[in-house]
Design a protein around this ligand. Structure first.
Ligand code: PRP
Ligand code: ZN
Length: 297
């Protein structure tokens, strides 16, 4: 493959990951000109183009060198790593991206009496993830029949072609609709940035490093919250002790109320209702939790 000076990122053409993935790339300063076939989008700001494909094809495209990076579910990436031939280029999970969370689980019909993996011995399990399921069964020393299906895995028990399934669960709605119940989790999944284990040694390697740096900044900001509150000076110690981790808070005087302080703190993650209620009990009031738009330390 001839070295290129532009980078290609593959992502799902249409599905649950499409919108959040585009939004993330936009936040990293990447914008694209929509082409008519919508399969290839030319990058405008940076020399980074987009390939819109089926999610299951993404790891293979990276391994073949058609593109350098991909945004894909960990389930798809790990399945490829387990089933790709030895000659295939090794792939790496470069960053977890924090959206598209779901899990790969074993589900059984309501009436199936499940007490552990051993219960699956000699049963037939339908899945689109034979690699991940096979590895899990081996790990538990269970010999079962793996029925590989490309889709509609959840109807296999009703059709009598399998006794259990191993499929993705997000809300659980699909399982309920098919009278199945989730009994074991094989893999916690989310969207990840996938790439080659060996970075290209040309300009594309530098571009990838630049993108990763921007991505880390975007992820950090996305998870940051600014907490604002007012507290009596007397309660300051108690309130400060309850603040979610982060740099030292900033204290400001409140005009006309010398016994009161305004406190401002950057928090590294979500601030829960429970935490707010605790802080309020310690004496704080007028509390605001704000998302952070940009950050430059
Ligand atoms: C997955 C999975 C289930 C469904 C589970 O399919 O195969 O059918 O989502 O989600 P739920 O728990 O919220 O009901 P998806 O729509 O992602 O399509 P794909 O697996 O064919 O890519
Ligand atoms: Zn899919």
């Amino acid at each position: 493959m001839k070295p290129r000076d532009r980078l290609r990122i593959a992502m799902q053409k249409s599905g649950r990951l499409t919108e959040p993935a585009l939004e993330l790339l936009k936040r990293c300063g990447l914008t694209f000109r929509q082409s008519r076939d919508k399969l290839f989008c030319f990058g405008e700001g940076e020399p980074v183009d987009l390939l819109l494909v089926r999610d299951d094809d993404i790891p293979g495209l990276i391994a073949q060198g058609v593109c350098e990076l991909g945004i894909v579910g960990r389930n798809v990436l790990d399945e490829f790593r387990l089933t790709a031939g030895r000659e295939s280029e090794p792939l790496a999970e470069l960053r977890p991206l924090g959206f598209g969370r779901c899990r790969l689980s074993i589900a059984v019909p309501q009436e199936f009496d499940y007490s552990g993996p051993a219960q699956l011995a000699a049963r037939r399990i339908a899945t689109s993830y034979p690699g991940l399921l096979g590895a899990w069964l081996r790990e538990h020393g269970v010999e079962a029949g793996v029925v590989t299906l490309a889709g509609s895995v959840e109807i296999a028990p009703k059709l009598g072609t399998a006794d259990a399934i191993c499929d993705l669960v997000q809300s659980g709605g699909t399982l309920v609709a098919n009278q199945l119940r989730e009994v074991d989790v094989l893999l916690e999944s989310e969207a990840v940035l996938a790439g080659p284990q060996n970075m290209p040694a040309d300009e594309r390697g530098d571009l990838i490093a630049l993108l990763l740096k921007r991505l880390d900044g975007v992820i950090q900001v996305r998870e940051s919250r600014l907490l604002l509150l007012q507290t009596p000076r007397a309660a300051l110690d108690a309130v400060t002790r309850l603040l979610p981790g982060g740099p030292q808070p900033t204290l400001l005087p409140v005009a006309g109320q010398p016994d009161q302080l305004m406190l401002q703190a950057l928090c590294a993650g979500e601030v829960s209702w429970r935490q707010l209620e605790e802080i309020k009990k310690a004496g704080a009031r007028e509390m605001f939790v704000l998302p952070v738009e940009k950050m430059l330390a």
